[in-house]
Write a protein that binds this ligand. Sequence first.
Ligand SMILES: [Zn+2]
Ligand SMILES: [Zn+2]
Length: 247
Amino acid sequence: MNENTYSIIGDFHTHTLVSQHAYSTIGELVEASIKRGFQAIAITDHGPEMLDGAISHHFLCMDALPRTVGGIRLYRGAEVNIKTFSGRIDLPDSILRNLDFTIASFHIEAIIPGSEDDHTAAWLAVVRNPYVDCMGHAGNPLYPFDHEQVIKEVKKQGKTMEINANSFLVRKGSEENCAHMIRLCKAYEVPVMVNSDAHNAWTIGEVTPALKLLEQEDFPPELILNHTFEGICSFIQRRKGEKQQAL
Ligand SMILES: [Zn+2]
Ligand SMILES: [Zn+2]
């Protein structure tokens, strides 16, 4: 791979038909990833407090899955729902501790938007939660927050901000927010992840608008965690150790 281009080596925000508003199996997502030449994928179905999210037992039993399939790395993950402005999320620490990768996100189905201060407080608490790795589709204009304060905390806690390509399609107004977050992440050297949030196998790895925006902002490719296999593997490995120490 050309290290200087804007590209990803795997999609780390994907949904299977375990969430009924998504339409493919893990096998189909893996197959699509292999076809794209990816080296890894994370399966991150919705937490149980979304209407059709996976039950908590789904996440508890993910260690039944193989670590590699068809030559690519399969990471066990979740997209948990932020449920309160104090930062409560909808899976217990005991389950999150054993997952490889956890995204936390605001969803309209799980929490009614509040004030900017409410969302900022929620994000700060979530960023400090030792079991959360990535702040999901934070560009959503329904949940405005103080970008600078939160991004500085993401840096401090060694976490990552997601630039979610699906937001540009389904969360209108996200692009401007993402551009602002990208500028701050560049300024504070905060790593980002670029993911599709695919809800079917045909959109795995479809992140072109997000990569274009990063390129427009002259964002350093080396700060995109899933730009290289080594980059994302070492992040997940470090976070794994931190989760075990948080006991
Ligand atoms: Zn989401
Ligand atoms: Zn999602």
